[in-house]
Design a protein around this ligand. Structure first.
Ligand SMILES: Nc1c(N[C@@H]2O[C@H](COP(=O)(O)O)[C@@H](O)[C@H]2O)[nH]c(=O)[nH]c1=O
Length: 247
């Protein structure tokens, strides 16, 4: 059965309209004295970020992917975990829109990724590999060693290391475990969840935070909602109330 949903059109293109200005206002307003961390997650209506086989490329529509690239262009560094490098071999550039490529940062506590990959392209962007392993490799990347605790490098230590290198505005892009770990550690200022009008029905779920016992313990961030062309819906959530700060 082939079905296409209805497409919502807007008179003003998202990128040049007041929506985009409102969404990126917190990025511009962020204090130069502190880090500013945004996490982004593209998921289906039923909360999936990939099929059971790991396919994730076409969940978000074109406007949502443009939005992701626009976030990349508004930050100093984009951060992904080793699992995302192994699953997607991402480029992490802003090629869908006009703008400057951010530094590319990979968290690989145990040295799982190979020495080569698209993220290591010598295109003038800074490349940083954060690891606790003595054998981690990344051709041409700066290697930053930080101790891991139970296999995880603490997000606050990563943010601090990036801040020390002048990388203040940070996008944590994936995967879901990396984003969840940053949120659980109180290290995210804003969360952009892009919900695509697609139902996958099974497969990998998005956020997976530490369990809570009661609903009144749930995070209830102030959220602004934007409908993007193509029908993806952006929930722009303000997590500053749960942010723990060291810088
Ligand atoms: N396809 C997709 C996402 N793709 C993101 O982009 C990365 C690939 O980057 P690049 O190689 O630069 O295109 C991939 O690892 C993932 O983080 N994100 C989402 O929210 N929803 C999607 O549907």
């Amino acid at each position: 059965m082939e079905q296409t949903g209805s497409v919502i059109r807007f008179p003003v293109p998202f990128e040049s309209g007041p929506q985009a200005r409102a969404i990126f206002a917190p990025f511009r307003a962020a204090s130069p004295e502190r880090s500013f961390v945004v996490a982004q997650l593209g998921q289906s209506l039923d909360g999936r970020i990939a099929t059971v086989s790991g396919e994730s490329r076409d969940i978000s529509g074109g406007a949502a992917l443009d939005h992701l690239h626009r976030i990349r262009s508004h930050v100093d560094a984009v951060v992904v975990g080793a699992g995302t490098i192994l699953a997607d071999d991402p480029q992490l550039t802003v090629r869908r829109i006009a703008g400057k490529n951010p530094a590319r940062v990979v968290i690989d506590p145990c040295g799982r990724i190979g020495a080569r990959g698209k993220w290591l392209a010598r295109d003038g962007s800074q490349r940083i590999l954060i690891t606790a392993s003595a054998v981690a490799r990344g051709e041409g990347a700066e290697i930053v060693r930080i101790d891991a605790h139970q296999g995880l490098i603490p997000p606050a230590a990563i943010i601090e290391a990036l801040f020390a290198r002048g990388l203040r505005r940070i996008l944590v892009e994936g995967g879901a475990r990396t984003i969840s770990n940053f949120i659980d550690s109180g290290c995210v200022d804003r969360l952009h969840v892009l919900v695509a009008p697609v139902i996958i029905g099974s497969g990998r779920t998005g956020l997976d935070l530490s369990p809570i016992e009661r609903l009144d313990m749930a995070l209830r961030p102030r959220a602004e909602v934007h409908v993007l062309g193509g029908g993806d819906v952006l929930f722009d959530c303000d997590l500053t109330a749960c942010r723990k700060r060291s810088n």
